[in-house]
Design a binder for this molecule. Structure first.
Ligand code: GRF
Length: 208
């Protein structure tokens, strides 16, 4: 009886979420309670980040790896790898993680790291993307989820969501609108990745 039950249980898809700040995307992913997905760890590079409190409140193991304590990116990433090893994640989700991962790190998790960026990529890569969009006077803004490669916000795009820029929008109002989109699409994409419906094959995004 017990054995047949065990056989029927689908394997859990383990996700580690990397954060640096507020952690609202982490929260949205948790709250979505995606079937078959377990958030096994949160890695944060900034002590005191609100995301740490959110992880604790959600009962998710959180590891703070303070970048300022490590001389090199290699040392910093070696520590992250050591903290990740016990939970052996299937997927790393960057959710407001403000560090660029090394090519070695990316290679190790090839096709298994995704990021969300608050612009319609390839426009406005890097820092202050919403400010950049407003300064450019675009009519539409949004967010993009992509597989991570060695570049800054350059990896193969999985999906994007759009919102109109309205007269009077400020960096804050537009960021809030974009966050709402992020909170909707990130859990959806993670569910699809967990089910194998989105994959990276030969450097290209495959959707089935
Ligand atoms: C999001 O806008 C995301 O696109 C960007 O960083 C922000 C993180 O927000 N990469 P939060 O920490 O999830 O609230």
């Amino acid at each position: 009886m017990v054995l047949s039950k065990i056989k029927l249980m689908a394997p859990v898809f383990k996700v580690s979420v990397f954060v640096s700040g507020g952690g609202s995307n982490f929260q949205a992913i948790m709250d979505a309670a995606i079937e078959g997905v377990r958030i096994v760890s949160v890695i944060c590079d900034r002590p005191g980040a609100r995301a740490i409190d959110r992880a604790k409140a959600a009962g998710v193991p959180v590891e703070t790896v303070d970048r300022s304590l490590y001389e090199s990116r290699g040392d910093f990433e070696a520590e992250i790898l050591a903290r990740l090893a016990p939970c052996d994640p299937d997927l790393i989700v960057l959710a407001g993680f403000m560090r660029v991962l090394s090519p070695e790190f990316v290679k190790r998790f090839e096709g298994r790291i995704v990021n969300i960026h608050p612009s319609l990529l390839p426009a406005f890569r890097g820092m202050n993307a919403v400010r950049q969009a407003l300064a450019a006077g675009v009519a539409e803004a949004g967010c993009t989820i992509h597989f991570v490669d060695e570049g800054l916000d350059t990896g193969p795009v999985i999906t994007a969501a759009r919102v109109a820029v309205e007269p009077g929008d400020t960096e804050q109002t537009l960021s809030e609108k974009i966050h709402k989109l992020e909170h909707k699409i990130y859990p959806e994409v993670i569910g699809k990745l967990a089910r194998g419906e989105i994959r990276l094959e030969g450097g290209k995004v495959k959707v089935s």
